[in-house]
Design a protein around this ligand. Structure first.
Ligand code: AMP
Ligand code: MG
Length: 418
């Protein structure tokens, strides 16, 4: 797969592939799923629009009041002093005033209620003196105040949502405001995942000597869940050729993306490699990043294959940097999701030049609203509690060495990625 791409100029002098070059290589062969489905609006939350949505109406659809108060015509506003106007009726939300309108008149009106054609101004009730059916208004008002016009939000014929738009809570409301009850969205990509390793046991089982609990299938489940994909968990696959072969075959048949963890470090890479090469085209990359150096990427049948490193923080870091953009592309999303911030770092950070570090940090704001970050402490790729304490990656460029406290660093807030 990699020989189709000519981006080796981005490789590091060390022979390691840069994070950016790896991301490009991963995204290049991925195409959005082509199948669409029509869903009832609420069920489309988290999905991607497959067809553009054009508004068939103006929102708001009629001239209405932005305030509780009194509607009138601006020609009756006094230039100086005050003016008295005769109240002739009421317009409530859902119950428009339908009487005739005389010069020198006003009506009581509530927020969202229709402003009659012959009026153009609403005065807030707090700015009006009322005595029975007469109101007194001062000269400090402008023609047109507190009136919302049809189409101020969206005009009939406007594109309210383009292909590739992710449907978030605001989009659900926006589409509902257009009266749309069903939408055409991309189908969910299917992700099949499993863990490899003879030492792994399922949470709830008893541990024998030399065994650990599998945590990667849980972090993967959590991250995939937030990406709104269809998931299938094939469990823990032991380090046996036949078992791995069976799992790869099964996964490759029904997934858009297959994700495994473990078995890609130097010790067992050859072994997994052999199995994989029978079924697909897989590259084993050494990426200039920490944590997460080894990564297998390629194709398994019709699916995209990611073999993530087994150390729990490496699994999460490579998932954030590579799998998330891949899934977003597969979902057909067009929005750029990851944003980075430059903030002062209050901790001294140890770093050796050569690889991009994704250290775990806590981004916080102080009373004056300024942001800063500090380290979560021990940074080993086995220290999963560092991810749990963190709310961001502190991204230290490959060439950088140690970071002194007070230096500016780049952070990627987790919330901006998932
Ligand atoms: P590997 O990539 O298989 O050599 O694994 C690297 C390290 O990650 C080893 O310490 C493994 O025990 C650990 N590891 C691999 N898979 C998992 C998993 N699913 N959950 C927790 N730790 C794992
Ligand atoms: Mg292993």
């Amino acid at each position: 797969m990699s020989d189709k791409l000519n981006i080796d100029c981005c490789s590091q002098p060390s022979g390691l592939l840069s994070v950016e070059a790896a991301r490009q290589r991963i995204l290049e062969p991925i195409n959005p799923v082509t199948e669409n489905e029509t869903l009832e609006l609420r069920h489309a939350l988290g999905r991607t629009l497959a067809e553009a949505v054009t508004s068939s109406l103006d929102v708001p659809s009629y001239k209405n009041s932005a305030m509780d108060g009194y509607a009138l015509h601006s020609r009756d506003l006094p230039n100086s002093g005050s003016a008295n106007l005769q109240l002739i009726g009421t317009s409530l939300a859902g119950h428009p005033y339908d009487g005739s309108i005389e010069p020198g008149s006003a009506i009581r009106i509530m927020t969202g209620a229709a402003v009659p054609d012959d009026y153009d101004t609403v005065i807030m009730q707090e700015q009006v003196e009322r005595s029975d059916e007469i109101i007194t208004i001062s000269s400090d008002h402008c023609a047109g105040e507190n009136v919302r016009y049809p189409g101020e939000d969206i005009k009939s014929g406007d594109i309210a949502g383009d292909i590739g738009l992710t449907i978030r809570p605001a989009e659900l409301g926006l589409l509902a405001s257009l009266g749309i009850s069903d939408v055409s969205v991309k189908r969910r990509p299917k992700v099949v995942f499993f863990s490899t390793g003879d030492e792994l046991r399922e949470a709830g089982d008893k541990l024998e000597a030399g065994q650990i609990y599998d945590s990667n299938r849980y972090t993967l489940y959590g991250m995939l869940n937030k990406l709104d994909v269809e998931m299938e968990d094939l469990g823990i696959i032991p380090d046996q050729p036949e078992a791995i072969e069976r799992a790869f075959r099964e996964a490759g048949e029904r997934a858009d993306i297959v994700i495994t963890s473990g078995g890609v470090s130097v010790g067992d890479a050859d072994y997994v490699k052999q199995t994989l090469e029978q079924f697909g085209s897989i590259d084993f990359w050494k990426i200039a990043m920490k944590p997460g150096k080894p990564l297998a990427f390629g194709a398994l049948g019709k699916s995209v294959f990611f073999g993530l490193p087994g150390n729990p923080v490496s699994t999460m870091a490579t998932f954030y940097q590579f799998v998330i953009p891949a899934i977003r592309k597969l979902k057909g999303e067009t929005a750029e999701k990851i944003w980075t911030l430059k903030v002062p770092c209050h901790s001294k950070l140890n770093k050796r030049p050569g690889r991009t570090d994704f250290q775990r940090g806590v981004l916080q704001s102080s009373a004056d609203g300024s942001l800063s970050v500090h380290t979560t402490g021990l940074q080993g790729s086995h220290v999963l509690s560092s991810m749990s304490k963190a709310n961001c990656f502190i991204v230290l460029p490959a060439e950088s060495g140690n970071i002194e406290a007070g230096s500016m660093v780049e952070v990627q807030p987790f919330e901006s990625m998932l």
